[in-house]
Design a binder for this molecule. Structure first.
Ligand code: PLP
Length: 447
């Protein structure tokens, strides 16, 4: 990229290389440098790059019909995809509302939950409860629901009121408690918040089954979701699971909710749903919500021009077929403990890795200055950014998560390769990461 670029990039002073080709788990730049995509971009390129089966399907779709507005037409691709999705979603989730990404999906789910309450005569229910530190997207609605202070701060005056409770994080408990003697106080905070605000006012509780980009694959204690599910049921509150990062095979299941038997009322999905081949998101909806709309007003007061765009949906359908045909859930199941073992071996070798956590192919490494005290690095050292940069120079892409929020999260990275990765390729990833960690220690932190 030259300094004369007219693109308004996020980091205006960064000199990005030009990505010119993708193949499998690799990206090549215009200088033919090869990068192992160890984070699938931002956990998007789940099925890898350059998959002919997927772009052939998209091409066929483009040739037949590339756009038809969903207020005017149905399309075969949309019908087939929604039918297939209804067979892989948990519980009574049977209907799909399509959008173009995760933030749109989150905003749609919030509006849908509110209208659902209206459809069944519960007009006092409108408030949303979510969790500090979670990230749900950058539209004003999604940002309001999200609890990551640094990204909320500049827009604070524009955000809608949302009620936040503490997240589960046993490695650095925000309540300074110990598991299991804490008796999952973080989950019980949901009930406290509901009672404080009035159960008759709460519409929905939003959560990530695995806290992703803002915390690097934090897993809740095993009983957490049973407790919050019971609370939601008791007070007639919808559960909205944000599976934008964790869905579509990332953790070895179609949805991370399945690991804990969570039965949400709405799942939002994006990113890996279409493997990055086209922008796509979906709001996956419980039958009871659909029925309330159908027997009520019969119309969701909402809509985007590209809801159900046939080409984007064909990318989603082809991605799902690819996952099934190549048995990718099993690939994750088969290799996840190998990847976990190798990451934990790195933690034994490098004392700056304080915690290794995650599931399937979604792993977080938390970086600490002292692995006895688990102390944070000085933010000025920019340890996460340095590690990500060294990895990139060495041809390895990892996902940064340097977050300082109430002293709960510090430096961390996520390792989340495409779910097609083989054992040999995992070895290559680990070897590049080992090399980069060695360089970080030798040259960047200690000078
Ligand atoms: N939800 C989660 C959990 C995410 O990680 C993200 C993006 O990183 C979003 C929602 C927003 O998705 P998008 O960037 O597609 O709007």
């Amino acid at each position: 990229m030259t300094s004369t670029s007219n693109v308004f990039y996020r980091d205006l002073n960064k000199n990005y290389p030009i990505a010119s080709r993708g193949e499998g788990i690799y990206i090549y730049d215009s200088n033919k440098k090869k990068y192992l995509d160890g984070s699938s971009g931002a956990l998007v390129a789940n099925v890898g790059h350059g998959q002919k089966e997927i772009f052939d399907s998209m091409y066929e779709q483009m040739k037949s019909i590339s756009f038809a507005h969903t207020s005017q037409f149905r399309t075969i691709v949309l019908e087939e995809y929604a039918s297939k999705l209804s067979k892989i979603t948990p519980g009574e989730i049977k209907y799909s509302y399509f959008v173009s990404g995760g933030s749109e999906a989150l905003d749609t789910a919030i509006k849908m939950s509110r209208q659902y309450q209206l459809e069944r005569g519960r007009s006092s229910k409108y408030k949303i409860i979510a969790r500090w530190t979670s990230f749900h997207g950058h539209t004003l609605g999604a940002l309001s629901v999200g609890g990551y202070a640094e990204w909320r701060r500049p827009q604070e005056p524009n955000l809608i009121p949302v009620h936040h409770i503490n997240p589960p994080n046993c490695f650095r408990c925000p309540l300074s408690l110990e598991y299991p003697s804490c008796q999952v106080k973080c989950a019980l905070e949901l009930e406290e918040m509901i009672l404080r605000e009035g159960p008759e006012t709460i519409s929905a509780f939003v959560f990530e089954p695995i806290i992703g980009s803002s915390a690097s694959a934090v897993i809740a204690p095993s009983e957490y979701f049973k407790v919050v599910s019971e609370i939601c049921k008791k007070y007639d509150i919808l559960m909205i699971a944000d599976e934008v990062m964790s869905g579509f095979g990332r953790t070895g299941e179609y949805f991370a909710c399945n690991h804990w038997g969570i039965k949400p009322d709405i799942i939002i999905s994006a990113k890996g749903i279409s493997g990055g081949y086209a922008p796509l998101g979906a709001v996956l909806v419980h039958e009871k919500i659909y029925k309330a709309f159908k027997s009520g007003s019969g119309r969701f007061v909402h809509g985007f021009t590209h809801s159900g765009n046939p080409v984007s949906v064909s990318a989603g359908l082809a991605t799902l077929k690819f996952i099934i045909k190549h048995d990718l859930l099993n690939n994750v199941k088969k290799l996840s403990s190998y990847l976990e073992g190798e990451l934990k071996r790195l933690a034994d070798e490098f004392s700056i890795i304080g915690d290794v956590r995650g599931k399937g192919f979604m792993w977080g490494l938390e970086l600490v200055s002292d692995n006895k005290e688990m102390s944070f690095f000085d933010p000025e050292l920019k340890v996460t950014n340095n590690l990500v940069k060294i990895c990139f120079e060495n041809g390895l892409i990892v996902y940064p998560s340097q977050k300082f929020h109430y002293g709960v999260y510090g430096d961390s990275i996520m390792i989340a390769p495409p779910i097609i990765i083989s054992k040999d390729e995992i070895d290559e990833l680990i070897s590049l990461l080992r090399k980069s960690l060695t360089q970080l220690i030798n040259y960047k932190i200690t000078g």
